[in-house]
Design a protein around this ligand. Structure first.
Ligand SMILES: Nc1nc2c(ncn2[C@@H]2O[C@H](COP(=O)(O)OP(=O)(O)OP(=O)(O)O)[C@@H](O)[C@H]2O)c(=O)[nH]1
Length: 445
C-alpha cells in the first residue's frame, strides 16, 4: 500500500465559527479563596493519612439536595450559618442520593433558596440536536483552517525554492517551527526529510513538495510513536471519575458536556460536579450543559469550597452512577493555589474511591501553541495527567502542536475538540488527523 492510500475521498466541509468565552473572572480577593471557605465542617470518616490543609479533612458540609424530589437528611453535622447545600440539577425523576456510609449530611434552610435562584433547574432538557458527521468528515471539516494555513506556509516556502541545499533545510525548519511542531521535532522532521529527498532523488520543486507532504503524513501515522490511545474503558465495579484540568477558557466545561453526552448515549449514568466555584458563571455554564444534554450537575454557590463540591458529588455518584465528570477552576489567585487545590481534589477522590480518578484529562487549547506545553508541564506535576484533550483544533492554524505534545510531554492526546457543538468531540486518530491536514495538499500537488 502506498502512502497515498491513507487518503480517502474527501467529504463536504462545514465552517465552524470560533467563539470566545468572555465571562468575567472573579476578583482575586481573600474572601473568594475556596480553601479558606468557612463552609466545611462535616468530618470525613476515613482511615486515610492526614493531609495538608484543614479543610481537606472536613470537606463536606450541609445537605445534599437532589432537586426536587429527594432530600437526604442527616442530623449530627454542625452546620454554620454560611453553609449551603449542594443542588443537583436538572430535576430528576427517581430517588438517587443517599448519604454514603459514615457521612453525616444535614439539611439546611438555604438549599431552597439556591434552587429558587437557579434558573437551570427550571429548564427543560432538550434533545441533543447536532448533526453527526462521521469521523473522517469531522476531522476534514475541523482541520480546514490548519490545512489552509499550512498550505499557505508551504507555498510561501516553495516560492523561494532554488535547489535542495543547506539553506533549503534551514528554511524548512523555520516553516515547521511556525507550524508549532516545536524546535526538537522540527529538527527531527528536517533530518528525516534530508534522507527522503536523497532516497527519492527529488530535485524539482514539485518532487520536493511531494516528499515533504508525504513525509509529514507518514510521521503522524507511522514513524512517530503517536499511537491511537483512547480513554480507559469504564470500570464496571467501581465509580469512574474523570477529573478535568486546564487553564481558563481552554475548553474544559465544553469538553465535559460533549463527553457526558457521549457516555449517556452509550447508556451510562453520568453526573457532573461543578468544582470551578471561582470563575463567575462557571457553575451556571456547566449546569446549562447538563440541562442541555439531560445530565445532572452537583453544584454549590460560587465561592464554595471546590473540594466540598467534589466530596458531595462523590457521595451521590457512588450510589447510583457509572461516571462522575469533575470540572475544576482554570485560574485562582495564583498558580500555587490552583495546583494545591487540584492536588487536594485528586486526593479526596482517591480517598473516596481508591481506583479513581481513572483519568485526569488536561484540556489544552490548540490555538495557544507552545504556551500550552508550558502549562501542561505544570499541571502534570500536580495531578499526573493521563491524557490530553486538544480543544479548538478547528480554530487553530498550527496543526503541529500534536507532534510537539507527543515529543515533549509523552502524554497521549486522547480526545480532540473540533467545534463547539455537542457532537464535535472525537477520539484522537493520528491517521484521520494526518488525512485532514494533508489530503488536499497531496491532491493538488
Ligand atoms: N471552536 C471551538 N470552540 C471551543 C471548543 N471547545 C471549547 N470551545 C469554546 O471555548 C470557549 C471556552 O470553553 P470552556 O469550556 O468554557 O472553557 P473552560 O476551560 O471550561 O474555561 P473556564 O471555565 O474559564 O476554566 C467557549 O466559548 C467554548 O464554546 C472547540 O473544540 N472548538
Amino acid at each position: 500500500m502506498g502512502l497515498f492510500d491513507i487518503f480517502k475521498k474527501k467529504t463536504p466541509k462545514t465552517d465552524v465559527e470560533e467563539k470566545k468565552d468572555t465571562a468575567p473572572v472573579a476578583p482575586a480577593t481573600e474572601e473568594s479563596v475556596p480553601e479558606s471557605s468557612p463552609e466545611a465542617n462535616v468530618e470525613e470518616k476515613t482511615d486515610a493519612a492526614p493531609v495538608a490543609s484543614a479543610t481537606e479533612d472536613s470537606v463536606s458540609e450541609g445537605s445534599v439536595e437532589v432537586t426536587p424530589e429527594v432530600k437526604v437528611e442527616g442530623s449530627q453535622a454542625a452546620v454554620s450559618e454560611t453553609e449551603t447545600a449542594a443542588v443537583v440539577s436538572p430535576k430528576i425523576e427517581k430517588e438517587t442520593a443517599k448519604p454514603a456510609a459514615g457521612t453525616d449530611l444535614t439539611a439546611t434552610e438555604n438549599s431552597a433558596e439556591i434552587e429558587e435562584n437557579s434558573d437551570i433547574s427550571e429548564k427543560k432538557q432538550p434533545a441533543v440536536e447536532a448533526t453527526v458527521l462521521d469521523d473522517a468528515a469531522e476531522y476534514d471539516a475541523g482541520l480546514k483552517k490548519t490545512r489552509h494555513s499550512f498550505r499557505e506556509k508551504l507555498n510561501g516556502f516553495l516560492a523561494n525554492f532554488r535547489s535542495v541545499d543547506e539553506d533549503f533545510f534551514e528554511d524548512l525548519e523555520d516553516l515547521l517551527i511556525q507550524a508549532d511542531v516545536g524546535y526538537n521535532m522540527a529538527l527531527k522532521i528536517s533530518d528525516a526529510l534530508r534522507e527522503e529527498v536523497k532516497l527519492q532523488n527529488a530535485k524539482s520543486k514539485a518532487d520536493v513538495a511531494q516528499v515533504i507532504v508525504q513525509k509529514m503524513a507518514e510521521i503522524y501515522t507511522t514513524e512517530n510513536p503517536i499511537t491511537k490511545q483512547q480513554l480507559n474503558d469504564l470500570d464496571p465495579q467501581n465509580l469512574n471519575v474523570i477529573l478535568f484540568v486546564g487553564v481558563n477558557g481552554a475548553g474544559k466545561t465544553t469538553t465535559i458536556g460533549k463527553l457526558a453526552a457521549r457516555y449517556q448515549a452509550a447508556g451510562k449514568k453520568v453526573l457532573l460536579a461543578a468544582a470551578d466555584t471561582f470563575r463567575a458563571g462557571a457553575i451556571e455554564q456547566l449546569q446549562a450543559w447538563g440541562s442541555k444534554i439531560g445530565v445532572e450537575t452537583v453544584a454549590k454557590p460560587a465561592g464554595s469550597d471546590p473540594a466540598a463540591v467534589v466530596y458531595e458529588a462523590l457521595q451521590i455518584a457512588q450510589e447510583d452512577y457509572d461516571l462522575l465528570l469533575v470540572d475544576t477552576a482554570g485560574r485562582l489567585q495564583n498558580n500555587t493555589n490552583l495546583m494545591k487545590e487540584l492536588e487536594k481534589i485528586k486526593r479526596i477522590i482517591t480517598r473516596q474511591v481508591a481506583t479513581a480518578p481513572q483519568e485526569v484529562l488536561l484540556v489544552i487549547d490548540a490555538t495557544t501553541g507552545q504556551n500550552g506545553l508550558v502549562q501542561a508541564k505544570q499541571f502534570q506535576k500536580a495531578t499526573q495527567v493521563t491524557g490530553i484533550v486538544l480543544s479548538k483544533l478547528d480554530g487553530s492554524s498550527q496543526g503541529g502542536i500534536v507532534l510537539a505534545i507527543n515529543e515533549e510531554l509523552h502524554i497521549p492526546v486522547k480526545l480532540v475538540g473540533l467545534g463547539e457543538k455537542v457532537t464535535d468531540l472525537r477520539d484522537f486518530d493520528p491517521q484521520q488527523y494526518a488525512t485532514g491536514l494533508f489530503s488536499e495538499l497531496l491532491q493538488t500537488e
